[in-house]
Design a protein around this ligand. Structure first.
Ligand SMILES: *[C@@H]1O[C@H](CO)[C@@H](O)[C@H](O)[C@H]1NC(C)=O
Length: 181
């Protein structure tokens, strides 16, 4: 089969594609790359995915992205809180110890939501030190929640995966904040 494309056009096209992948990363990709370089806990793909979930990330400044990232963490903490409430409502299948673990997880996640709200306020005011403190506090929630289960033999946390996901999201927020400091 004969191609109608002159070779030079194909070469040009390949070069443009290369440029696109190599150089013209957008603000989300560039910021996530920086964050991942800064902090080994940052998962580049999750970072891009979670920021893109908010359409305004497209024409965002870096500071907007910091806010969007914290909002994502906050939304996650809120959703995890609702899931825990749902589990507790599930009724009798939890023993006494497990329900008390779930209740304390619910409490730490609702504190995390408050911490993240304060973190958002701090970023808006340009107070990155306070933002760092607040987001770091929120980041303790998954560890505190898991630890409750680890204190008793045979207790299996139903929240391990969610705790891990929230930890990763807050790690992204924290890396973004530290890039501002
Ligand atoms: C929280 O974020 C993680 C990504 O780290 C995601 O996998 C999980 O589904 C989210 N949880 C909720 C309840 O939204």
């Amino acid at each position: 089969m004969k191609t109608h494309f002159p070779a030079s056009i194909l070469v040009l096209f390949s070069l443009l594609t290369l440029f696109q992948f190599g150089f013209s990363l957008d603000i989300v990709q560039r910021s996530c790359k920086l964050a991942a370089k800064r902090d080994p806990y940052v998962d580049y793909k999750l970072c891009v995915k979670s920021l893109r979930a908010n359409p305004s990330s497209k024409d965002a400044t870096f500071k907007d992205l910091v806010l969007i990232s914290i909002e994502q963490s906050k939304a996650n903490a809120t959703a995890i809180g609702s899931e825990i409430t749902g589990l507790l409502k599930g009724g009798g299948k939890w023993g006494k110890y497990s329900s008390s673990c779930l209740e304390s997880c619910l409490e730490v996640y609702s504190e995390a939501v408050s911490d993240l709200k304060l973190g958002l306020v701090a970023v808006k005011m340009g107070d990155y030190e306070t933002a760092n403190t607040e987001v770091s506090a929120a980041m303790d929630a998954p560890l505190t929640c898991e630890n409750g289960y680890n204190e008793k033999d045979g207790e299996v946390s139903p929240l391990t995966e969610k705790n891990g996901g929230f930890f990763q999201l807050t790690a992204i927020s924290l890396a973004f904040i530290s890039l501002c400091q």
